[in-house]
Write a protein that binds this ligand. Structure first.
Ligand SMILES: *Cc1c(COP(=O)(O)O)cnc(C)c1O
Length: 441
């Protein structure tokens, strides 16, 4: 306990977190990518393996979800410049370089970043079962798994997951499509429409009055007592992490297509909204594999739920929760309402994440309304968490000096704001978000 107290006291940013101020923390423990990557315990080959698995499943995805036919069953998002938004933001504070949006908000099937990791882990589990049962070989067209006989096989197996909403949507929809019996354990903050949509897909939804940590624990326990049930562990899963990491391997080609150069003179900054850490951690891992030291990765969290900033800055990782420093873990950014970070991600990425910052719900709503006004794009609040990053990095002489980023290099920079969700938010719900953003302005 004294060690715990000492670590807290030795970390000045904790006082800012306690006061709910919008804080920024730069990681003194960052190592050159080649060195830091060794700490992760996973390799480029692991991510390539995940990428190959997603390719094997592409014919199945294309057949099951017609909206993915155009990309041949590959679930990937577009990236777009946000020039109007950049101009609008610059009225308040400058952004050196160019602002881009990575539109995971518009990923097919579940409209959030969870369409990467969540769907991937369901597919990895289904493949394992189907290979063992002799239903497929690695070279088959996997769309045969959609046949009634295979669905009948999967229906004898169960999948369970705890979620604040979006992970449940991804895992629920994918699992139900294959025929699994799937149960989603939802925390109190999960939106009603997400529960309704899952039930409409035949997913069993269990509701809890507590937060995400409790929902996950309930799911874990329910699964532990049933050998036919596979629990997808958002707090610890390497499989989920690898599903997210594939994004990094695909990004170099996408950047080339857009004419964007990333090298020593043209840094890439990536801003990732962070809940438990698997999504942003996995993407950041893929980015570091792809771009090494030329990419700088930042995690963005709500002022009421800064679990990763707290865990990484104190070095306590999952041994501390935001409740331990008196915060309530209540935020409108439902994907980010997580009080305790993944112990796996924080430790694995300890030498690769350049920093974390927090922003208030009001800031997210404000940015949400501005993005709609300037770019006609509708996102959910959590997906705006990355949007205040570029101005904060542009303003930080400390950070630029640390990495010897000159003014010219900053002018050459690409700021990629990961827009993590919102594509499936019902219109009435979105009207409420926009109204709240406008009234704050
Ligand atoms: C889940 C989620 C995140 C963060 O992912 P974690 O793996 O929980 O860190 C960010 N944005 C949205 C919209 C999400 O649903």
């Amino acid at each position: 306990m004294t060690d715990f107290q000492n670590k807290l006291r030795a970390t000045p940013v904790v006082d800012e977190l306690k006061a709910l101020r919008e804080a920024i923390w730069f990681n003194d423990g960052v190592k050159p990518a080649r060195e830091g990557l060794l700490r992760v315990g996973l390799t480029q080959a692991d991510v390539e393996d995940a990428q190959a698995r997603l390719r094997r499943f592409a014919p199945l995805i294309a057949a099951a979800f017609p909206e993915t036919a155009a990309t041949g069953g590959i679930i990937e998002s577009d990236m777009t410049p946000a020039l109007n938004m950049q101009a609008k933001l610059a009225e308040r504070a400058p952004i050196a370089g160019r602002l881009w949006l990575k539109k995971d908000s518009h990923l097919p099937i579940s409209g959030s970043i969870k369409a990467r990791g969540g769907i991937y882990e369901v597919l990895a589990h289904a493949e394992k079962l189907a290979l063992a049962a002799g239903l497929i070989t690695l070279t088959d067209d996997y769309s045969i798994l959609l046949s009634p006989a295979c669905r009948q096989f999967f229906s004898q197996h169960k999948i369970a997951v705890g979620s604040t909403g979006n992970l449940g949507l991804s895992i629920g929809i994918m699992s139900a499509k294959l025929g699994f019996h799937v149960t989603v354990h939802m925390s109190a903050d999960a939106r009603q429409w997400k529960k309704d949509r899952l039930r409409a897909h035949g997913v069993e939804v269990m509701e809890y009055e507590q937060d995400y940590g409790v929902a996950v624990e309930q799911g874990r326990q329910a699964a532990a007592s049933d050998p036919a049930c596979f629990f997808i562990d958002d707090e610890n899963s390497r499989t989920l992490f690898l599903g997210y990491a594939v994004a990094g391997l695909r990004l170099p080609a996408q950047l080339r297509e857009k004419g964007i150069v990333v090298d020593a003179d043209h840094p890439l900054f990536v801003y990732l909204p962070c809940g438990v850490g698997g999504g942003p951690g996995g993407v950041a891992f893929g980015m570091k594999l792809a771009f090494g030291d030329h990419v700088h990765c930042f995690f963005a969290e709500p002022t009421h739920s800064p679990c990763m900033l707290l865990g990484m800055s104190t070095g306590l990782h999952d041994a501390i929760s935001v409740q331990d420093i008196g915060l309530d873990n209540k935020t409108a950014a439902d994907g980010l309402a997580v009080g305790r970070a993944s112990g796996f991600v924080g430790r694995a990425m300890e030498q690769l994440i350049d920093g974390c910052y927090t922003l208030s719900d009001e800031s997210m709503y404000d940015l949400l309304a501005l993005l709609y006004q300037t770019e006609n794009l509708q996102l959910e609040p959590s997906a705006l968490a990355g949007m205040s990053g570029p101005q904060r990095i542009t303003a930080s002489q400390e950070y630029q000096a640390r990495y010897q980023l000159t003014a010219t290099m900053m002018e050459n920079a690409t700021h990629l704001v990961w827009a993590t969700g919102g594509g499936m938010v019902p219109a009435s719900e979105m009207q409420g978000y926009l109204a709240r953003g406008r009234s704050n302005a």
